[in-house]
Design a protein around this ligand. Structure first.
Ligand SMILES: Cc1ncc(C[n+]2csc(CCOP(=O)(O)OP(=O)(O)O)c2C)c(N)n1
Length: 481
């Protein structure tokens, strides 16, 4: 089932957030009443396949071995062994970026606490990630036993307490009667909220048959999130009045374009409005840099050449899905004024200092705006007037140590529509920002959380989940990378 949940735009024709049930699901799905196959392990494996997960990144351990056997036995699933849990989590993060949802499986506490940093990163990037942890034997709950792989206290809740702030739902499955409900609630919540969830499964339960698992799980149909039409109409009307009176308006892409699945709607609005387009550094890769009126990266004082001049001197700017943190705003030094901004968040629009409108899907809003705005190319014409071509890099002298600018000149030359840049936190972050992405070239990094090592795990999921590109989101499934 193609969910497309986390790609730049999501499934074609599907309303925002829709997760459709395949039309081919047989009304009389196989039943396993009284069969050894009616197990929690099989149910969880089937659910993962149904939502579009075909690879689970895992590290085995005493508490998840039986569960892993069930994941391995599922024909649609591949278990990808990782050398540590952090890598498994980062690989699942990368998989979720490309495929819409990802999953990892680790062992109790010693594995759970190791994967935690990756789960926090996925939370910061709004990625639906199913983190499955093999938990204590259900018979050990309520006893005063001390388990290995813990810090030596008879307390099974430490791992859960650590996961609670970095996941949007936590299911502790330690009895079979509500296991079906718990698992389904966790997975569907991850998809609906586009955030990671935690599922702990007692190590003795995955292989025990239970009548609640006697049928193949009916695929999810999650009701799509829809705009409130009156609110949408009012927001569009207020925004058109605001932007149409501007002399040189611009548009700036922000990182929440991805969770809003509004990349194409943003590009279409850019085309229809004629506005000059910039991207925040954290949104690099979400908007094609080959758009006809693309200015570059707007990053305050460290913007690409002439981009800040145009954005900051505009008399109106539309920001789609921005996050203004200390990094992206260069220590809050932006020369922007709220009264000149239309801020479009995934479900909310604020025009200047007000009014604000809720219950609006960004994709719907940008599409409607594109139909109504007056075309205005003034900001881009101003840019062309002030722009001067970049200078040439001095050639390296024989024997001279390799310079970063020479290295990146060569990396730039290597980029094609078939490549993707995975930028690691540190110097690469800043240097990769300056790369010009050709049409089709993917780009991913982790700007909000900025954890070193993320790119290593993310790259290990590369072959099975190559990055999507803003200009061709469908290339997510291309095998050529
Ligand atoms: C998990 C984590 N620990 C620490 C940091 C702080 N930090 C940011 S960049 C960096 C150095 C990275 O060094 P390297 O990978 O060699 O990159 P470069 O020197 O090219 O910046 C560190 C330690 C971080 N971002 N993430």
């Amino acid at each position: 089932m193609e969910t497309g949940i986390g790609s730049v735009d999501g499934p074609k024709g599907a309303p925002s957030g829709a997760v459709a049930c395949p039309a081919t699901f047989p009304a009389s799905a196989p039943t396993f009443v009284g069969s050894p196959h009616a197990t929690l392990g099989r149910h969880l494996a089937r659910r993962l396949v149904q939502i579009g997960v075909s690879d689970v990144f895992a590290v085995p351990g005493d508490f998840n071995l039986t569960l892993l056997d069930h994941l391995i036995a599922e024909p649609g699933l591949r278990l990808v062994g990782c050398c540590n849990e952090l890598n498994a989590g980062y690989a699942a993060d990368g998989y979720a970026r490309a495929k819409g949802v990802g999953a990892c499986a680790v062992t109790f506490t010693v594995g759970g606490l190791s994967v935690l940093n990756a789960i926090a990163g996925a939370y910061s990037e709004n990625l639906p990630l199913i983190c499955i942890v093999g938990g204590p034997n259900s018979n050990d709950y309520g006893t005063n036993r001390i388990l290995h792989h813990t810090i030596g206290l008879p307390d099974f809740s430490q791992e859960l307490r650590c996961f609670t702030p970095v996941t949007c739902y936590q299911a502790v499955v330690n009895n079979l009667d509500d296991a079906h409900e718990q698992i389904d609630k966790a997975i569907s919540t991850a998809l609906k909220e586009s955030k990671p969830v935690y599922i702990s499964v007692s190590c003795n339960l995955p292989a025990v048959p239970h009548p609640t698992f006697s049928r193949d799980p009916v695929p999810y149909f999650l009701a799509p999130r829809m705009s409130n039409q009156m609110s949408l109409e009012a927001a569009v009307e207020a925004t058109v009045a605001f932007l149409d009176k501007a002399v040189k308006p611009v548009m700036v892409a922000g990182p929440k374009l991805r969770v809003a699945k509004a990349g194409t709607a943003f590009a279409e609005l850019a085309d229809a409005s004629g506005y000059a387009v910039a991207t925040m550094p954290s949104a690099k890769g979400l908007v094609a840099e080959t758009l006809p009126r693309f200015l570059g990266t707007y990053w305050g004082a460290v913007s690409t050449a002439f981009c800040a001049e145009i954005v900051e001197s505009a008399d109106a700017y539309l920001f789609a899905g921005p996050i203004f943190n200390d990094y992206s705003s260069v220590g809050y030094s932006f020369l922007l004024k709220k009264e000149k901004a239309v801020i479009v968040q995934p479900d909310r629009v604020t025009v200047g200092n007000g009014p604000a409108f809720g219950c609006i899907m960004m994709k719907d809003f940008l599409t409607e705006l594109g139909k109504r705005l007056k075309k205005n190319t003034t900001a881009y014409e101003n840019y062309k007037r002030i722009w001067v071509p970049e200078g040439h890099l001095p050639e390296s002298e024989p024997g001279e140590p390799l310079r970063v600018n020479v290295l990146f000149k060569h990396i730039q030359k290597m980029l094609t529509g078939d490549s993707a840049v995975i930028a690691e936190t540190g110097d690469s972050w800043f240097n990769c920002q300056k790369l010009k992405l050709p049409d089709g070239c993917g780009y991913e990094f982790q700007m909000q959380y900025g954890s070193i090592g993320w790119s290593v795990g993310r790259c290990s999921a590369m072959r099975r989940a190559p990055p999507t590109s803003a200009s061709s989101p469908a290339s997510a499934t291309a095998a050529s990378r």
